[in-house]
Design a protein around this ligand. Structure first.
Ligand SMILES: C[S@@+](CC[C@H](N)C(=O)[O-])C[C@H]1O[C@@H](n2cnc3c(N)ncnc32)[C@H](O)[C@@H]1O
Length: 187
């Protein structure tokens, strides 16, 4: 975390990253790629990539990387016209595929057929449901989905929309004290 983060608030996410590392290790025996929507600076994705062997699968990272006032996402400190290139430079591994653009629309540019682990951190209920509509069916049985911010009050729209979405599909979200939601895909 110290190597891959630049600020106190980023380091404050250590328990959330711990959940991601557990999930990534837990699915290591499964066939399927890793997905993160959205990666922002790439810090949590970089920490996962540093601690587990990522050479055996592809990692798909998505983000806008820049702020668009027309979009519902809030501006973050390091959004800029150069952030995509900076994040690209953090991942020299050829199996890390980084797509700039708005999900779910940008999933047509690049997306895996089989997913073992997916992390949704869009802070946007509509976009997260949009990604689930496209990618949930591609998560393999036993694969894990982590919903960042699921349990925090400011993101109650995500909580409500995702609870309804998974209830309709016979899956139960574990709400964690980190604010994350955790779903294990079953057949
Ligand atoms: C909280 S940050 C992600 C932090 C990152 N997961 C980490 O752990 O460092 C949220 C990101 O979602 C991105 N975002 C929001 N809506 C989006 C959308 N529809 N498509 C792509 N990226 C989006 C923003 O650009 C922002 O960088």
């Amino acid at each position: 975390m110290n190597r891959n983060t630049r600020s106190g608030p980023e380091r404050g996410g250590v328990w959330r990253v711990s959940t991601l590392l557990w999930a990534a290790r837990h699915v290591a025996h499964l066939e399927g790629d890793f997905v993160e929507c959205a990666c922002y600076r790439g810090s949590s994705a970089r920490t996962v990539a540093d601690l587990i062997d990522i050479s055996k699968r592809r990692h798909y990272l998505y983000d806008l990387f820049d702020h668009d006032p027309a979009m519902p996402h809030h501006q973050m400190a390091e959004h800029s016209s150069t952030l995509y290139d900076e994040v690209r430079a953090r991942f020299p591994e050829p199996n890390v595929i980084i797509t700039q653009g708005k999900v779910p629309e940008s999933l047509v540019i690049a997306a895996p057929d089989r997913i073992a682990f997916m992390h949704l951190d869009l802070n946007n209920a509509e976009a997260e449901i949009g990604v689930l509509e496209v990618l949930w069916d591609r998560i393999v049985p036993g694969g894990i989905l982590i919903l960042d911010d699921f349990g925090w009050l400011p993101y109650y729209r995500q909580f409500n929309a995702e609870t309804d979405w998974f209830t309709a599909r016979g899956h139960v979200i574990l709400e964690m004290p980190t604010g994350q939601g955790l779903v294990i895909k079953h057949a």
